[in-house]
Design a protein around this ligand. Structure first.
Ligand code: MG
Ligand code: FE
Length: 169
């Protein structure tokens, strides 16, 4: 296999592992967002997109001569990051989660820009199209978070304020 296809294959595997970690992270966040209906709804939508992204990447990999049997190795790298994102935080998990999500989306954006260029270099137009499709979904999620971080913070602070007033009564 020429070098460009080998790198493309490896990076597709990495991206597939990234999406599996994203799924873990988003599912973990959803369980704690009852008081944030907008954020909760957006994460639910992106969780569905994330599952579909992973499925698209797997079919790209199946199309290149490497099967999904090679997917297993790539997972470990991102596990620590995803665990830190979906793990337990001291009271401000919504804020920590939002911060981490914004960071994660930008890592995904960079990954798909790289993958798309690698796919084009390897003459894989269909894979480049899939990467562009995933890229657009990551950009939309990053944009939504950017536009909503202030409001999420306001809700968080208002709730913290109400909690402390209740505790003092
Ligand atoms: Mg994704
Ligand atoms: Fe994403």
């Amino acid at each position: 296999m020429p070098e460009s296809r080998e790198w493309l294959t490896q990076w597709l595997r990495d991206a597939h592992a990234m999406e599996e970690q994203a799924e873990t992270m988003l599912s973990g966040q959803l369980s704690r967002l009852d008081s944030y209906p907008d954020l909760s709804a957006r994460i639910r939508t992106h969780l569905a997109e994330t599952k579909e992204q992973a499925r698209r990447l797997k079919s790209c990999l199946d199309g290149i001569d490497e099967g999904s049997s090679t997917l297993k190795d790539a997972g470990a790298k991102l596990t620590a990051m995803a665990q830190s994102i979906s793990g337990v935080f001291a009271g401000d998990e919504v804020m920590k989660g939002s911060l981490a999500s914004y960071t994660f989306e930008h890592m995904e954006i960079a990954s798909y820009k790289i993958l798309k260029a690698a796919a084009q270099a390897a003459g894989e137009a269909e894979i480049a199209r899939v990467c562009e499709q995933n890229l657009r979904e990551e950009e939309a999620m990053a944009e939504w978070l950017k536009d909503n971080l202030a409001q999420i913070t306001e809700i968080f602070l208002a709730r913290a304020d109400a909690d402390s007033r209740n505790a003092k009564r």
